[in-house]
Design a protein around this ligand. Sequence first.
Ligand SMILES: [Cu+2]
Length: 337
Amino acid sequence: MLGGSLAAASLPVAHALIPHEGLHGQGAASASEHGSNGAAPGHAGAAHRGLVGSVDPAVNGFDPARTVRDFDEGRTRRVGGRLVREWDLMAEDKEIEVAPGVKYAAWTYNGRVPGPTLRATEGERLRINFVNGSDHPHTVHFHGIHRDIHDGIPGVGPGNIEPGGSFTYEFDAEPFGLHLYHCHSTPLADHIAKGLYGAFIIDPRGGRPDADELVMVQNGFDTNFDRENEIYAVNTVAFAYEQQPIRVKRGELVRIYLVNMLEFDLLNSFHIHANFFDRYPTGTRLEPTDFTDTVTQGQGQRDILELRFPYTGKYMFHAHVSEFAELGWMGFFEVVD
Ligand SMILES: [Cu+2]
């Protein structure tokens, strides 16, 4: 159980990673508060319990507050009575900020981490025009059912797409559910961990009930290249939804598309406070299998979660792996009337 002093407890760890001189607001930092090693014993009195300062979405070119409700339906046209849906994805090398003052040399699809949440409907024909604008070879590997040459792995079909190269992946949208896409070049863990991934939603033909829909891609960043993560998040920026809670309406159905893209750690989890949700593993069935408040996911695993908040107020959600929560993977819903 994580309480209000959560992030204060986390700060000695996160603190060491983050240049923070002169950044302590609210007069919380005094000379005596810091040890000689520069580690702060805690941020009592700071305006929020997360990191000091905030990440500027304008500098990153993406904003977790928008990513959470940003679904990319691409362009569509009819070809012989069939709907063809198309997207352009470009791999680009780009430095991003994953926590205040913590820069990370990411590899991105379309300049953002996670890449765009691609959304289609069961049975459509999908085309993904991939251009490699990075200095390294990459691919796009989609989860789904398709032919090998469009699977986006080295050595099969077009294999690695070299810098400056391009390829159009093409397949049918099946099965319906919540999937993912990511680079599959080797070393695989590095190509994924650097940021080349995104959520891929295939809606069932009949759709799902109306809801306030949210996408949460759980990720992490190995900022010192020791093959362990120093920063954890949903949608990339540590504590983003603590600093700016996700606002939802009381009583309204909320649907969360939850994907685990974490590398280097085998398991991740999502826990909601003061509430329970229906769980649809991989989103491939229309009936939930569970009514619970915590879901654990291995690497590449995903679930659709549905819930309603009966009361207004602030409700925490976080990885129930406490270390992850303390290093950025926590946030709040703000429930309003
Ligand atoms: Cu790659």
